[in-house]
Design a protein around this ligand. Structure first.
Ligand code: PEP
Ligand code: MN
Length: 368
């Protein structure tokens, strides 16, 4: 499946003042002084393209700081005038859209808690009808690709072509080092079905803690994501929201210096030739793998018929244990990761069982 989105190239609306493209600013606008001083220090790094600030904060529990509101839009506009940085804010209602547009905000984004709700996304889309402003859509809280796609489609159908996705990780029941599990596969799946849709990464909300931000940022760039949104605060230790994950502008600047930008393709023809040759080898090996899988499955089918005609169960645990042990030993000798071998074997085994179950449910063909 390919998504039918009408997308303007990122460079047409988000001119990167330096590489990689970085959007930064505080999680929340708190005071005029906090916002302006953060903005000036970020600008001084020379590495930031867009200033972000949360004006309305969707909080899980009532009574927590819910954003400074309209007053913050005035400060943000002042920061824009003084630094020359374009600005971005999160909108969650039609009223937010109206106020942000009136206040001269340059880019809007839809937060993870809004993307989960098609009513909210549609309300925002309706408010954007006929407006020419870039919109970035964060992934929903839960790992549901369709909700993310649906939100992008709703905004695109409202006529917004300056559109990008932001990968900020997904809520997971499992405890892990991350605040939100990256689940990179979902971002890669979105990239595969919408190749012209720019995808940025938000390592701050994935990590939830400062220490991991560099690692996730590099991984995002290695996966060819087009930019990063990283929270920065003049003094993170006293931040009113997301204190643990915000960086000082100086720390952010150092982090950006450690990042390596790798190009998906190279101008160098010797490199390109070598790469083409190696890719050719991979293609041939992949063909062989699938050919062999096909052969294996046709034997599996024969065994299925034989088991059915002799009234034998599909699964024989001893046999499966034997396969697992032998193949894992061979795989490890070939320097393949044990976890990887087990996953591959389990996939092959479950497909074999599926095929044999289908055969079991057919009529017997042979008389014993
Ligand atoms: C934010 O960017 O501050 C924010 C609330 O993010 P998310 O919607 O990803 O939780
Ligand atoms: Mn935040």
């Amino acid at each position: 499946m390919k998504l039918d989105l009408n997308i303007a190239p990122l460079s047409s609306w988000m001119p990167a003042s330096s590489e990689p493209l970085i959007i930064s600013g505080p999680c929340s606008a708190e005071t005029e002084e906090q916002l302006l001083s953060t903005a000036h220090l970020l600008k001084a790094t020379g590495k930031i393209s867009v200033l972000r600030a949360g004006i309305w904060k969707p909080r899980t529990r009532p009574g927590e700081f819910e954003g400074i509101g309209a007053e913050g839009l005035v400060w943000l506009n002042r920061a824009k005038q003084e630094t020359g940085l374009p600005t971005a804010v999160e909108v969650a209602t039609a009223k937010h859209v109206e106020m942000a547009l009136k206040a001269g905000v340059d880019i809007l984004w839809i937060g993870a808690r809004s993307t989960v709700n098609p009513f909210t996304v549609q309300e925002i889309a309706d408010a954007l009808q006929g407006v020419d402003i870039p919109v970035m859509v964060k992934n929903p809280i839960n790992p549901d690709l369709s909700l993310w796609i649906g939100a992008l489609e709703r905004i695109n159908r409202a006529g917004i072509t300056k559109l990008a996705a932001i990968h900020r990780g997904f809520s997971s029941y499992e405890k892990s080092a991350f605040r939100n599990e990256p689940m990179w596969d979902l971002a890669i799946a979105l990239k595969t079905i919408a190749p012209n849709l720019p995808i940025l990464n938000d390592p701050s909300h994935i990590c939830g803690t400062r220490d991991l931000i560099g690692f996730i940022s590099q991984k995002a760039l290695d996966l060819d994501m087009q930019g990063l949104m990283i929270e920065a605060h003049i003094d993170p230790s006293v931040a009113w929201t997301d204190a643990k994950q915000q960086l000082t502008p100086a720390a952010l600047s150092e982090l950006i210096d450690t990042l390596t930008l790798r190009t998906p393709d190279s101008e160098n023809s010797e490199f390109t030739n070598k790469l083409t040759e190696m890719r050719g080898s991979i293609d041939r090996i992949d063909d062989q793998i699938f050919q062999k899988l096909g052969e294996r499955m046709s034997i599996v089918e024969k065994i299925g018929t034989y088991k059915r005609d002799n009234d034998v169960t599909i699964l024989q645990v001893n046999r499966w244990d034997e396969i697992l042990q032998k193949r894992t030993a061979i795989g490890e000798a070939l320097k393949l990761d044990k976890d990887f071998i087990e996953k591959v074997l389990e996939l092959i085994h479950s497909e074999s069982i599926r095929k044999q179950t289908a055969i079991m449910n057919e009529e017997k063909t042979a008389v014993k």
